[in-house]
Design a binder for this molecule. Structure first.
Ligand code: ADP
Ligand code: MG
Length: 252
């Protein structure tokens, strides 16, 4: 069975059909990429999967479980983590603190456990540290470990945003435009990180991205959308030469 199944998904905001009948499956181990012009509904699909938005119709199944009606805080423990198109980190905290807070929030121990500092909580905190340090090493963030987010170059902040998601130890990671705003060289590095996540960490990646060089290089399959609707699904090469896709891009 596919790791993620999206069926006839739709959400309407007033009169705007932001996502209007989208279906796709993501197999374990894939780098599955959604492309499309601005306003196509790509980020909205992420917001539906991470349960920030309530779908008007359709179904989302992750790892054999229907998650369509779960609450947002129930998603990370199942093994889904995400990044945001506009980086969402605490600017006045360090890289380390951001990653620890991310794990702590996802763990959601009851307040009284934290107050009593029970052994279970202490063990969990040791575990949090270990995992966070592992992610810092993996993404080569050691030089920035104790630096405030606000002082970091944009390209590094993009990597920290990914680190925060990886620290949740997901099975599926959702990357919303990981290369936007990055230089050519930083985009190359991002391609390596994505390949490492897939090949070394065994993660499944669902990505939204505009940079077609990056998309072609790392994606197993691509879904092209416009105006909330699917246009084409296939390998990067197939989708890039699809007439409906070419027209959607030329038309904007
Ligand atoms: P993309 O990520 O493909 O550029 P989005 O998914 O962000 O596009 O947006 C798709 C459409 O849905 C746009 O028309 C956008 O204005 C609309 N939209 C997204 N979120 C909301 C919201 N919370 N309220 C109203 N409209 C929204
Ligand atoms: Mg978007």
């Amino acid at each position: 069975m596919s790791l993620l199944q999206v069926r006839d998904l739709a959400v309407h905001f007033g009169g705007v059909k932001a996502v209007d009948g989208v279906s796709f499956d993501v197999e374990a181990g894939e780098v599955f990429t959604i492309v499309g012009p601005n306003g196509a509904g790509k980020s909205t699909i992420f917001n539906l999967i991470s349960r920030f938005y309530e779908p008007s119709a359709g179904r989302i199944v992750f790892d054999g479980r229907d998650i369509t009606r779960l609450q947002a805080h129930e998603i990370a423990p199942l093994g889904i983590a995400r990044t945001f198109q506009n980086i969402e980190l605490f600017d006045h905290s360090t890289v380390l603190a951001n990653l620890l807070v991310g794990r702590h929030t996802a763990r959601r121990t009851a307040w009284w456990q934290d107050v009593l500092f029970l052994p279970a909580v202490r063990r969990a905190e040791v575990e949090d540290r270990r995992i966070v340090e592992e992610v810092i090493d993996f993404l080569e963030l050691q030089p920035y470990r104790n630096k405030l987010i606000a002082g970091l170059p944009y390209g590094v902040r993009k990597v920290v945003e990914i680190a925060r998601a990886l620290a949740l130890r997901p099975k599926l990671i959702l990357l919303d435009e990981p290369a936007s705003g990055l230089s050519v060289e930083e985009t190359q590095d991002m391609a390596f990180w994505i390949e490492d996540m897939q090949k070394d960490m065994g993660l499944t990646v669902l990505m939204v991205e505009h940079d077609m060089n990056l998309v072609s290089r790392v994606s197993t399959r691509v879904l092209a959308m416009a105006n909330g609707q699917p246009l084409a699904l296939g390998t990067p090469a197939e989708v890039q030469k699809d007439p409906a896709v070419i027209e959607a891009y030329l038309g904007t």
